[in-house]
Design a protein around this ligand. Structure first.
Ligand code: NAD
Length: 456
């Protein structure tokens, strides 16, 4: 099939590349000429395991192309995926300007029936808006006769495992309208996704609004689990219980399960914070207050400073003589994404308290430099107090304490004797509960985890 992807970011690039790998001819459009030039040069602008190889193979096979040419993009695909960003607006609602701009472009250039797919995460009711702007553009051109359908097909991939998630999805949600265009679109989408359903049927067909809602419901549930555990972890610290043992004890109940119950430094990334805010905003627009989600957000905001609080409690408010090693910058492992990363809150607070930082991350350093320059735009001199180390051990040299923010694999089993010998003092603040407190104590470390109260 001929497919067009509008927006070649994390979701668009993975979707386009994976669909090309299945034999489709995919045209990826973006407004960012630098990104398109990078991709046409065979490089991948984001870090995502397995993706560069697939991009190169499918470019070479001429099933994948990258361009900024809007008219050519609209002409190419019988299916037009909209995969542009939907960042938070000032009031927390999803900013739909990019989605609607993409839709407008489709309406301006289409010459025949198109299946327009909302792949971006968009609030309930967005498909109606997309439909309206396309129709408006068609009418302006006197081409109101051209048919089209708008499908909601939210994406559930996880950064860091995006290719695998896309190729082996838990479910494919398709929201279609209950009319002829909807039926036609459903047939096209079933054909496109047929290779994913060979083993068993993964497609869930529903009305458009339910499909749009499903994506927010899923992310809100996951964020709720994280905030729930973070709040309990803080209580575990007070009452002297170990949240890791509690997690295993409660997770063994199949109604609860083990996934997504890890206490830590709060959720970040490009999705949970904005999607939780957007769902709360949608509810408010309909006159309902989502009380649980309000608490989920408040707990998460507080959790992002939990390591700072523990550090200040130990060293006092003035950190000017202190040097901290920091392991992990990205908001989670296997990505270079720094959007809403808890490390940014931590770094800002430590630098403003006078500390020096030596940070390590396997892939996110360039992105960290870029976002930290924005975060510290009011105090750029502080950027001189953070340096980036080539290895975790180099970061630890002469550190008053090691702070772990992202659970990269490379941090899971460090050589403790060497680590201790490099540091000025053997103190670890572990924001991801990577280690057993007793093992660290045996190795001579003063170890502070999240909610490991009884084990300290
Ligand atoms: P992103 O910021 O990485 O990419 C968006 C791309 O769209 C950018 O390259 C931008 O230049 C381009 N763009 C903007 N306007 C355009 C236009 N009019 N025409 C063509 N290109 C345009 O965003 P992302 O992380 O890929 O997220 C995209 C959507 O998918 C969001 O709604 C997000 O919530 C959702 N989503 C993201 C993830 C994830 O893990 N990143 C997972 C599931 C869903």
């Amino acid at each position: 099939m001929n497919i067009t992807i509008i927006g070649t970011g994390y979701v668009g690039l993975v979707t386009g590349t994976c669909l090309a790998d299945l034999g489709n001819h995919v045209f990826c459009l973006d407004v960012d000429p630098a990104k398109i030039a990078t991709l046409n040069g065979g490089d991948t602008p984001i870090y995502e395991p397995g993706l560069p190889e697939l991009v190169q193979q499918n470019l070479a096979a001429e099933r994948l192309s990258f361009s900024t040419d809007v008219a050519a993009a609209v002409a190419h695909g019988e299916v037009q995926f909209i995969a542009v960003g939907t960042p938070s607006d000032e009031d927390g609602s999803a900013d739909l300007q990019y989605v609607l701009a993409a839709a407008r472009n489709i309406g301006r250039h289409m010459e025949g029936f198109k299946v327009v797919v909302d792949k971006s995460t968009v609030p309930v009711g967005t498909a109606d808006k997309v439909r309206a702007v396309i129709q408006e553009e068609l009418d302006k051109r006197g081409r109101g006769d051209i048919g089209f359908a708008v499908v909601s097909n939210p994406e559930f991939l996880k950064e860091g495992a995006a290719v695998d998630d896309f190729m082996r999805p838990d479910r494919i949600v398709l929201g279609v309208s209950d009319d002829e265009a909807g039926a036609q679109a459903l047939a096209v989408m079933r054909k496109l996704y047929a290779p994913f359903n060979r083993n068993h049927e993964r497609t869930r067909v529903m009305d458009v609004r339910s499909a749009e809602f499903t994506k927010y419901a899923a992310n809100a549930m996951l964020a709720t689990r994280i905030s729930f555990m973070n709040e309990l972890a803080n209580l575990a610290d007070r009452v002297g219980a170990d949240i890791e043992l509690v997690r295993q004890g409660m997770g063994s109940d199949p109604r609860i399960g083990y996934s997504f119950l890890y206490a830590g430094t709060g959720y970040g990334g490009s999705c949970f914070p904005k999607d939780v805010a957007a769902l709360a905003r949608t509810a408010a627009e309909y006159g309902q207050q989502l009380k649980v989600l309000g608490a989920v957000e408040a707990v998460n905001d507080a959790q992002k400073t939990v390591l700072v609080d523990k550090i200040l409690e130990r060293f006092g408010p003035d950190l000017s003589d202190r040097r901290f090693a920091l392991w992990g910058l990205a908001f989670k492992p296997n990505t270079d994404d720094m959007r809403e990363a808890p490390s940014r809150v931590l770094i800002g607070a430590l630098l403003r308290a006078g500390a020096r930082i030596s940070a390590h991350d396997p892939v996110a350093v360039d992105e960290a430099r870029r976002v930290l320059a924005q975060d510290l735009a009011d105090a750029p001199a502080l950027l001189g107090n953070i340096q980036f180390a080539a290895s975790p051990m180099q970061a630890a040299e002469q550190a008053d304490a090691l702070v772990i923010v992202t659970e990269w694999k490379a941090y899971k089993a460090p050589h403790l004797v060497r680590l201790k010998s490099l540091m000025k003092a053997p103190v670890i603040f572990d924001g991801r509960n990577l280690y057993e407190p007793w093992a660290m104590r045996d190795a001579g470390f003063d170890y502070v985890g999240i909610g490991r109260g009884s084990s300290r």
